[in-house]
Design a protein around this ligand. Structure first.
Ligand code: ZN
Length: 283
């Protein structure tokens, strides 16, 4: 695990806390951080004394989302170098759609799915901004506690993309509000998210970690097997409703958007050329 990107804590018996520690970059999610989170959850999974895991973040903001400082080529190179290939995919440097699809499946989609299917209960504590790819990390947790200053947004339609790689919006917000959230890129407050049922509780910022920990301790007092099966029962209900297939089909549309942007504008992950998109010549 990359200790400088993620901190692993044991704040109470039966509770592990995984803390994003890249506050200087607003905890933006590059491959190094994503696989460090993955490794931290694997550690919590392997420890049978851990019954509940809290996902938290240092700094003012939970996370600014996927790190778009890397170009597509740099991203694919990093994936080639550090990916554990846990999705069963490889070929991250293949040309065209092949490598890009493989890299995002390995680097974004399947790490999200591993956390979503993590057998032990998980609680996400969110403060400040939670943007685009950061939503994924809140949503894959079982319970979301938001500080009263939390703000949620997914602005990627403005970048010519149909939504982040893990398109759980209809399940988290309801179909009608999901469309508004995507179409407008409006920033929604913790209270609004709570009203829509997207977060479980809104608490004062200075009470966030204590509140999340108190809930984790309460949950950890329950029988581990029953907790796992209660989680699985709810998740399987969503699966039977088609959630995972819906997310997979949306991932395909997401990649259609990537290819459209690339063919039209030569535009990859680097948003520095975004202002030029409207006037860019067709390629
Ligand atoms: Zn993408």
């Amino acid at each position: 695990m990359s200790e400088d990107l993620v901190r692993y804590e044991d704040p109470a018996p039966g509770v592990a806390r995984v803390v994003l520690a890249r506050a200087d970059k607003h905890n933006s999610l590059n491959p190094e951080l994503i696989f460090a989170i993955d490794a931290a959850f694997a550690r919590a999974l392997a420890d049978d004394t851990v019954k509940v895991v809290i996902l938290a973040a240092d700094g003012r903001n939970f996370s600014a989302g996927h790190d778009i400082a890397d170009t597509v080529e740099q991203y694919q190179q990093k994936m080639q170098d550090i990916s554990p290939r846990a999705s069963g995919w490889s070929g991250f440097q293949e040309p065209g759609a092949h490598g890009w699809y493989a890299a995002e499946k390995e680097g974004y989609l399947e790490p999200a799915r591993r956390l979503r299917n993590f057998s032990k209960p998980t609680i996400c504590a969110v403060q400040g901004r939670c943007i685009a790819g950061a939503l994924i990390y809140a949503w894959v947790c079982d319970i979301i506690i938001a500080a009263d200053n939390a703000q949620f947004s997914d602005p990627v339609v403005g970048f010519g993309v149909s939504g982040v790689e893990w398109l759980a919006h209809p399940w988290e917000l309801g179909a009608r509000k999901a469309k508004e959230f995507l179409f407008t890129a409006d920033v929604w407050s913790a209270e609004e998210a709570h009203r829509l049922g997207m977060v479980n509780h809104v608490v004062p910022l200075d009470a966030l970690q204590d509140f999340a920990l108190a809930m984790a301790v309460k949950i950890a007092a329950k029988p581990a097997f029953a907790l796992k099966l209660a989680k699985e029962a709810v998740n399987k209900t969503l699966d039977i409703q088609g959630q995972q297939n819906a997310i997979d089909q949306a991932f395909s549309l997401h990649h259609l958007c990537h290819q459209q942007n690339f063919r039209m504008f030569g535009y990859g992950m680097d948003t520095s050329n975004l202002p030029a998109m409207a006037s860019a010549p067709r390629k």
